[in-house]
Every structure is written in structure tokens, then in C-alpha cells.
Write a protein that binds this ligand. Structure first.
Ligand code: ARG
Length: 401
């Protein structure tokens, strides 16, 4: 009996070639596992393709709810954004794919898992590290890292082996999509000076083609988790799907980022992440209303570290789990509604309310309702003396010493 390997199968050229290549090179039975994270693909056709190319078994797992609830929303609660721009759609999906792969591998008695990543990106590391954390006994096979074929050679290899080469292969772009966003790289985008051609955008309209009238959405949060749109309760997945469409229609969520990969390369990536963009700013706005200054400031520091952990593939690390527990605790007061305006490529928070708001009108107002004792402010001057000393006074003090 041959050893078995579970391949994360996208249905694309590389992972299709990988089915054949692993079967030949390693003489293993390949089980193709396709995971639905919200990319609009024909999963049944993908399954058939895997079998046709030579997989002994092909499985599809719908992990959309799991992805949103167990990966995306914890990241949203943490306010993570990598290097100030990237909402981490691809990076958040990798540990979940690895986890499901490991589960199938253990159930099927496989000795290895495989992925289609090259040796230059972050994704290979995310897969390898996640598998090592969850089931170190499993071997990881990475055909595209091992076979040393160029894209042309891969196409040639596919043709020789009767693997259908889809017309989309002619597209110069490498694309990864899930509910939290779309990542696009390669082709002309490899020149960081070149403006992204309009054709790459499929989730968002160009600002000039968006409606002239703004759309408003009210997002309700419970413990930092969005659970309603315009007063209507809905599942996280549904909410994200709806927001992707609506905010995309208004051109919200285009990101052009030259980022630092963990393997030491700078790469230029374009992202479309309408729902993520809206939800991250709405969530932060609600925290600004409901958390104390110190809670918020500390949380922002944690977010930087947390984003790096996710980007670097350390989702299953002890530190990431510890930070998740901290973040979850901070969310106990993050309840309320945020009002967002979508217009011409921008999403702007225009209102927020919460039963646990720390905002006090009576303290903030300049009107006659003002209850802030302004004479108390003199106390601040005693505590923070230096900023109000004149330069002359400050110099005089130095001379005294
Ligand atoms: N740069 C992003 C990351 O490392 C996305 C990687 C995948 N991008 C792609 N176009 N296939 O998370």
C-alpha cells in the first residue's frame, strides 16, 4: 500500500500539476482537499478536476463560518493591520487551511501534507509552521518549492500530462481570495512605480464610477463582534458578504502596499478588502468610545505585535494564544452601534453610540450644561509642570542647579 498525502488543492495550474508530480516523484496516493473560504469558485468542478488529474480522493470543506468566527473576528477585535495597510486576508486563512489539512490527514491515515507554495513567499512558512505546531509527525511536501520549474515549464508539464490548462493561466497575476479580501500580485504590479491597471479590480469600483450619493450603514457590535447591519441581526459571514458588496460598490477598500515579507523580500501587493476596511474602522471607533485611554493605548501596542504574529505564520504559537485571551477580555464593554458613510472610495465613521460609552457630554461640552470644574485644571499644571514653564524659567532652573 502506498503512503498517503493530503494536498491543499485550489484547482489552479500549480496544485493540479502537483497532484501528478507528487504521485510520480514520491509514489504516494494524493488526496486533494479544497477549502471554501468564500472565493467564488465552482467547487464541484474543482473536485472532478482533482480526480481526473489523478487524485485518489477529492474532498471539499466549507469553512466559511469557521474562518469568519474563529480567525477573522478575533483579528478584528485585535484591530490588526500589517504595516498599517494590509488587513491580512491571506495570512489569516493559512493556519485554518493547515488545521483542516492536518485533521483530514490524521483521519485518513496520511503521512504527509502538501501545499502549492513557492519558496519565496510567506505562505509556505505559514503552512509549514502551522503543520509543525499541530502535527509535527507529518511530513510537508511543497512541489512548487522543490520542482524548480518556471511557469512556462509548469504549463508544458501540465500539457504533457493531460492536465487541463485554463485560459486564466494567460493572466499574469497571482490572486488569492477569501471573504476577508483579495490579494493580487505579479505582472505589471512588480514595478512599484506602475499604477495598477483597472482590470485587476473585481471587488471594488473605481471612485469615478461609484454612486454620487453616499450610502450609510449601521453596524452593531457585541463584545467587539459585529452581528447586525442596519438593525437586522445576521451571521458574521452574511454580514461580511453584504458589506463586501456594498462597500465595494462605493469603491471602498483598495490598498496598494509595498510590504516586507518574512523571507526578507519587499513585494508590491494590491488588496481589495471592502468589508474589512469598513469593519476595522467601525470597530476601532467603538473602542474609542468604550475603552479607557490606557486600555486603548496598550491595545494598540498589542495590535502591532499581533499583526506580525499572524503575518509571520505564528497563529498557533503560545504568544498568539495569550494575546487572544487578553484581547477577548478587552472586548467586554465593546457593545454598541457605529454609523459609517460610504462615498467615492472612502468609508468614514460618522456616528457611534453605546450603553457603555465612557463619553460624558456634561464633561465635554462648552455650553452651560458644562460640569467640568475648570478650576480643577490648575491641578494638572502642578502635576505636569514643565510644559507650562516658559523657556526663560526653564533656563533659570538649570542655572539654579
Ligand atoms: N502578501 C500577502 C501575504 O503574504 C498575500 C500573499 C498571496 N498573494 C497572492 N497574490 N497570491 O499575506
Amino acid at each position: 500500500m502506498k503512503d498517503k498525502v493530503v494536498l491543499a488543492y485550489s484547482g489552479g495550474l500549480d496544485t493540479s500539476a502537483a497532484i501528478k508530480w507528487i504521485a510520480e516523484k514520491y509514489s504516494m496516493d494524493v488526496i486533494a482537499l479544497s477549502i471554501d473560504l468564500g472565493a467564488e469558485k465552482e467547487y464541484e468542478a474543482i473536485k472532478q478536476k482533482a480526480l481526473k488529474v489523478g487524485a485518489v480522493k477529492a474532498l471539499i470543506v466549507d469553512a466559511r463560518e469557521m474562518f469568519i468566527n474563529d480567525y477573522v473576528f478575533p483579528a478584528l477585535q485585535a484591530d490588526v493591520i500589517y504595516e498599517g495597510q494590509y488587513t491580512l486576508a491571506t495570512a489569516l486563512a493559512r493556519p485554518l487551511i493547515a488545521k483542516l489539512q492536518v485533521e483530514v490527514a490524521l483521519r485518513e491515515g496520511a503521512t504527509a501534507v502538501a501545499h502549492g507554495c513557492t519558496g519565496k513567499g510567506n505562505d509556505q512558512v505559514r503552512f509549514d509552521v502551522s503543520v509543525a505546531a499541530l502535527a509535527p509527525q507529518l511530513k510537508v511536501i511543497a512541489p512548487a518549492r522543490e520542482w524548480g520549474m518556471t511557469r512556462e515549464e509548469t504549463i508544458e508539464y501540465a500539457r504533457r500530462n493531460g492536465i487541463p490548462v485554463p485560459v486564466t493561466v494567460a493572466s499574469p497575476y497571482s490572486i488569492d481570495e477569501n471573504l476577508w479580501g483579495k490579494s493580487i500580485e505579479c505582472g505589471i504590479l512588480e514595478d512599484p512605480w506602475a499604477e495598477p491597471p483597472e482590470e485587476i479590480y473585481t471587488w471594488t469600483r473605481a471612485a469615478k464610477d461609484t454612486p454620487d450619493e453616499p450610502a450609510y450603514v449601521e453596524i452593531s457590535f457585541e463584545r467587539g463582534v459585529p452581528g447586525g447591519l442596519d438593525g437586522k441581526k445576521m451571521s458574521g459571514r452574511e454580514l461580511v458578504e453584504k458589506l463586501n458588496l456594498l462597500a465595494g460598490l462605493h469603491g471602498v477598500g483598495r490598498v496598494d502596499h509595498v510590504e516586507n515579507r518574512l523571507v526578507g523580500i519587499k513585494s508590491r501587493e494590491i488588496y481589495e478588502s471592502p468589508a474589512a476596511t469598513v469593519l476595522l474602522s467601525a470597530h476601532l471607533a467603538l473602542e474609542q468610545l468604550t475603552l479607557s485611554k490606557d486600555q486603548l493605548r496598550f491595545k494598540q501596542r498589542v495590535a502591532l505585535e499581533y499583526a506580525d504574529l499572524i503575518y509571520n505564520g505564528l497563529w498557533f504559537s503560545g504568544l498568539r494564544q495569550d494575546l487572544a485571551a487578553y484581547v477577548a477580555h478587552t472586548q467586554r464593554h465593546v457593545n454598541g452601534v457605529v454609523r459609517v458613510k460610504l462615498l467615492k472610495g472612502r468609508s468614514t465613521v460618522v456616528g457611534r453610540k453605546s450603553p457603555e460609552s465612557l463619553y460624558s457630554y456634561k464633561l465635554a461640552t462648552y455650553d452651560k450644561e458644562d460640569q467640568f470644574d475648570q478650576s480643577a485644571a490648575v491641578g494638572f499644571i502642578q502635576i505636569f509642570g514643565l510644559p507650562v514653564r516658559t523657556q526663560a524659567q526653564a533656563q533659570g532652573m538649570e542655572e539654579d542647579q
